[in-house]
Design a binder for this molecule. Structure first.
Ligand code: IFM
Length: 458
């Protein structure tokens, strides 16, 4: 066990603060062609030569589809109060709409029931990037009908699981999957086109609004939010071009979705560009009241003007002396506090941190004693949680924190070579080994539970 022992109440976290962990369907489930699941755009993308490190796919992933009970037992040992997972649209509707797949629906029944038996609150996210390929064949998110397809899928999930699942997120990281998939071409469906990207931004916002309405209507007592990636965006340097490039990149990454959904308007540069796709009444359809803001935070972003990109802006470099992880992500925990306070001022909603974590290309294999010593991850989590405590003291209404991720998993273009888990997964044998960070997190949660008189898992 790493010292010093963490103490949640000394940091000012109340006994009812929620401590959880997140995963997503494509990244952990596997069973890609089993029990009637249809293909998603990520199954297609993984088969494009050279797009995912090592040619990795989501076919097996962490085999969570079969090992969910073992994984829930692990969650219980860590003492998690909540587990955020996503529902794979192509597992429950293999062609995206029309015929339902009963076996796919059954899987989430089993998972949810097992979580509830273990006293872990299920947090379901409807969309974590795995659009059914059949819908992509009809234009995907660039087709305005996609908002209706998403609403129908939301009806299915709300009716099936809404008796047991009360915490719902519509989407995970709108800006990331739209930018990477439609502007940079670095993720599925591998498009790099400014016009397509603009349509997609607007249609995904419409889908979010429609999803909120469905969940509100069909799930009694629902607590509904959306999950945004917010990383304070700084220009690479102070040249006017890079300052303007970073301002545009900031709108694309941090503002295009939450501003539309919560404030009811697009930020200025996007507003001008998206206008041709906005119809009368759309902004009211998008800005449906939500109960919380889901924040995924990792690191500050550095941006610059970049004429080779479809928007004329793109990623810049962090200052040379700024510490970084071995996957190149800046280590500046203060940016987390900054994000929490900025969001509080801008949107005035309760915040749940739905992802925060540390990724590395280091294999992190268990040593001869079965110990996975991931000190750098613990240090970063500790620093981030201290910043979150500081933001709470400064007035941010942060009510929960989910570490990314419970398990090492399929890290998109990074395949299985990039690890974010607090539990190590040996992908050859599917053996799970809690890393030292999992023990550290368990001790933190245990300290909160001890204060409240409840029993901890470890
Ligand atoms: O793995 C991803 C996750 O799917 C979305 N948020 C960031 C994580 C780390 O890159």
């Amino acid at each position: 066990m790493t010292s010093p022992s963490p103490n949640a109440s000394a940091l000012g976290f109340p006994a009812d603060f929620l401590w959880g962990a997140s995963t997503s369907a494509f990244q952990v489930e596997g069973a890609a062609a089993e029990d009637g699941r249809g293909p998603s755009i990520w199954d297609t993308f993984c088969r494009l030569k050279g797009r995912v490190d090592n040619g990795d796919t989501g076919d097996v992933a962490c085999d969570h589809y079969h090992r969910y009970a073992e994984d829930v037992a692990l969650m219980r040992r860590i003492g998690l109060g909540a587990y955020r997972f996503s529902i794979a649209w192509p597992r429950v509707l293999p062609r995206g709409r029309g015929a339902v797949n009963p076996l796919g629906l059954d899987f989430y029944d089993r998972l949810i029931d097992r979580l509830l038996e273990a006293g872990i609150e299920p947090w379901a996210c409807l969309y974590h990037w795995d659009l059914p390929q059949a819908l992509q064949d009809h234009g995907g998110w660039a087709n305005r009908d996609s908002a209706g397809w998403f609403a129908d899928y939301a009806v299915l999930c709300a009716k099936r699981y809404g008796d047991r699942v009360k915490r719902w997120a519509t989407f995970n990281e709108f800006s990331v999957f739209t930018l990477f998939g439609y502007a940079l071409g670095w993720g599925a469906p591998s498009v790099a086109d400014r016009g397509e990207h603009l349509k997609v931004i607007h249609h995904v916002n419409l889908a979010h609004g429609a999803g909120v309405d469905v969940l509100r209507d069909l799930v009694p007592g629902a607590s509904i939010g959306a999950v945004h990636s917010v990383q304070p965006c700084r220009p690479e340097d102070d040249s006017p071009d890079n300052v303007e490039g970073a301002a545009l990149f900031n709108e694309l990454w941090n503002l295009a979705f939450p501003d539309a959904q919560i404030l009811g308007h697009y930020p200025p540069r996007i507003a001008r560009a998206v206008e041709p796709y906005v119809q009368a009444g759309d902004m009211a359809r998008i800005a449906r009241p939500v109960d919380w803001f889901g924040l995924n935070h990792y690191a500050p972003l550095f941006a610059k003007a970049d004429p080779s990109m479809v928007w004329g802006c793109g990623f810049g470099s962090p200052p040379a002396d700024m510490p970084r992880t071995d996957i190149g992500w800046p280590l500046q925990p203060e940016a987390f506090r900054e994000a929490l306070l900025d969001l509080t001022a801008r949107y005035r909603l309760p915040i749940y941190v739905t992802e925060n974590g540390y990724g590395t290309k280091t294999p992190e294999a268990p040593d001869d004693n079965g110990v996975v010593m991931d000190t750098a991850r613990i240090d970063y989590l500790r620093a981030c949680i201290a910043q979150m405590a500081g933001a709470r003291r400064d007035g941010a209404d942060v009510r929960g924190y989910f570490v990314w991720s419970l398990l090492d998993n399929f890290e998109w273009g990074g395949g299985y070579g990039t690890r974010f888990g607090i539990v190590h997964v040996d992908f050859a044998t599917q053996t799970r080994t809690p890393k030292e960070s999992a023990h550290w997190y368990a001790a933190l949660i245990g300290s909160a539970l001890a204060e409240s008189g409840a029993e901890s898992g470890e």
